[in-house]
Design a protein around this ligand. Structure first.
Ligand code: GUN
Length: 296
């Protein structure tokens, strides 16, 4: 039997409608505002940033893009983040990745006030995720994937989840999020020796390794749920890390590429921005708990 396709586009669209309604009902003069720092001319990053801005504006979130030359130094970038941290009209701050090689990514991301870190990339928010503390911001792609998994109605608790890829953006936070859902999680990566054997035993497979059509049906247990994070541009067009046509005959649920994980990512980023705004408006407890903190 062929797998049920998880329609990320539709799920994201429903999510946007609900978020738009919540924003339209806000009883205050201000609107949520996201600042996006974009360094350099990477064409894919430019497209992602424009998509974030378009979606934000469609649902009533302001989006300021700060475009910077790839020659910018670390100190200048840190100063811009300091200004955004102190600017009360800005509720969320993200730095589009990747950054140019001469810039220390961790140093830059760590400077974002955790209460405005709507990408969930600061060590503080990744720490809160590992504590399973719901106050932290969870990075958009793993958070979107969890929504997709929950949309299927499958029980997550006790299941074996294999995460293929160990990036800071997807693999590692995804594994932690699934662990927090009581899955038994295995992370595999480019140096793993027996990926196929591990994947074969998994009930849930999340693939984010950037290898076009790497996952074949022979790797997949009958009835597994497959989430494909890959976006690969090949001669035959866009495809994921999963051989979709082959695997869909064996899986019970599967995401397509495009139209699976991708549309959820921006929706989750904007959801985090809305949450950051509400907390800041309510003068809620700041995330960092630092003495003399100027979060609000
Ligand atoms: N580059 C690729 N994915 C992401 C993301 O989710 N956030 C940011 N800031 N940069 C990215």
């Amino acid at each position: 039997m062929s797998a049920t396709i998880i329609d990320g586009k539709k799920i994201a669209s429903n999510f946007y409608n609900k978020l738009k309604e919540k924003i339209s009902k806000l009883e205050c003069e201000e609107i949520p505002v996201l600042a996006v720092i974009s360094v350099g001319d990477d064409p894919a990053s430019k497209v992602y940033v424009k998509t974030k801005q378009k979606r934000a504006q469609e649902i009533g979130i302001g989006c300021e893009i700060i475009e910077l030359a790839d020659t910018i130094g670390e100190n200048a970038l840190l100063e811009i983040i300091d200004e955004l941290n102190d600017n009360h009209h800005i509720n969320g701050i993200i730095v589009q990745l990747p950054l140019p090689k001469h810039i220390d990514q961790l140093k830059i991301l760590s400077r974002i006030n955790p209460s405005k870190d709507v990408d969930g990339f600061t060590p503080y928010n990744t720490g809160l995720l590992s504590y399973n503390d719901k106050k932290g911001f969870i990075s958009a792609t793993p958070k979107g994937i969890l929504h997709l998994l929950q949309s299927t109605g499958i029980e997550l608790s006790g299941k074996h989840a294999a995460v293929i890829g160990r990036s800071n953006i997807v693999g590692k936070p995804m594994a932690m999020l699934l662990l927090n859902q009581d899955c038994s999680v295995t992370i595999t990566h480019s140096k793993s020796q027996n990926i196929e054997d591990i994947v074969k035993t998994a009930d849930i497979i999340v693939v984010a390794c950037g290898q076009a059509k790497m996952i074949k049906s022979s790797w997949v247990k009958d009835g597994a749920t497959i989430i494909d994070v890959g976006i690969n541009r090949t001669e035959d067009g866009l495809c994921g890390d999963v051989d979709f046509d082959d695997v869909k005959e064996k899986a019970s649920f599967i995401t397509p590429v495009p139209g699976g994980v991708g549309p959820m990512t921006v929706a989750m980023l904007l959801d985090n921005t809305y949450t950051a705004f509400c907390r800041q408006q309510n003068d809620g407890e700041c995330l960092c708990h630092h003495k003399n903190c100027k979060c609000h």
